[in-house]
Design a binder for this molecule. Sequence first.
Ligand SMILES: CC(C)(COP(=O)(O)OP(=O)(O)OC[C@H]1O[C@@H](n2cnc3c(N)ncnc32)[C@H](O)[C@@H]1O)[C@@H](O)C(=O)NCCC(=O)NCCS
Ligand SMILES: Nc1ncnc2c1ncn2[C@@H]1O[C@H](COP(=O)(O)OP(=O)(O)OP(=O)(O)O)[C@@H](O)[C@H]1O
Length: 202
Amino acid sequence: MGFVLGLTGSIGMGKSTTAAMFRDEGLAVWDADAAVHSLYARGGAAVSGVARLVPMAVTEAGVDRPALRLALEADPSLFPRLEAIVHPLVADDRDHFLAREDGDIVVLDVPLLYERGIDTECDAVVVASASPETQMARLLARPGLDRAGAELLLSRQMPDRDKRARARWIVPTETLEGARAAVRQIVSEIRGSLGAHNRRDR
Ligand SMILES: CC(C)(COP(=O)(O)OP(=O)(O)OC[C@H]1O[C@@H](n2cnc3c(N)ncnc32)[C@H](O)[C@@H]1O)[C@@H](O)C(=O)NCCC(=O)NCCS
Ligand SMILES: Nc1ncnc2c1ncn2[C@@H]1O[C@H](COP(=O)(O)OP(=O)(O)OP(=O)(O)O)[C@@H](O)[C@H]1O
């Protein structure tokens, strides 16, 4: 298996934009939020479990995410029960990705990387991060999410400062140029260390 790079960041910190930059560098990226989207789509493996937990959040088309979000806001005690349904299915999808990909570096894009201990499966972790003011402005600009909804999700995430303290690298996401430069630097640093490692092996 190649070098497994974990990518994380609190909600609205620019994690998906950073993931796209790693893709632009030619790396395979596994996206936990996208895996949840597939599991929630019509016929997806999480639909029946969610229907049992929150019947009003499921329609013919699969899981209705805004309805599920409202149910979680009304009753946050649903979070651990929902996660017990969804996270094992997400882990299976991640394992398939890792077994399938053979690039020298692969990226796991996971919002709850530290919270779920997935950092222990990574060779190193990078965190996408911006100021709290930038983060809140981005969240409030998202359709359908108000301050209470954003704060509820944030309250269930490790604080940004703790993520920053743990990660090997930080990608600053105030600007696209700054983030892209950091992404390129990280890829080249990892490739450099892999090259040095291979040379030592010979
Ligand atoms: C809460 C839900 C309905 C919100 O859906 P929505 O389409 O609005 O947002 P989306 O799924 O794109 O997630 C956006 C961000 O919310 C945050 N978030 C999502 N789930 C969680 C959670 N369980 N705990 C903390 N933060 C979360 C993450 O930062 C994520 O990047 C949805 O995210 C969900 O069902 N989450 C439970 C599954 C889960 O834990 N997913 C996280 C990845 S494994
Ligand atoms: N490096 C950057 N420079 C400028 N704007 C950025 C940068 N990264 C992200 N943004 C902007 O911030 C917003 C959120 O970005 P993105 O969707 O990547 O965040 P996210 O952390 O993946 O969000 P979520 O956790 O909600 O899925 C978007 O409007 C995006 O255009």
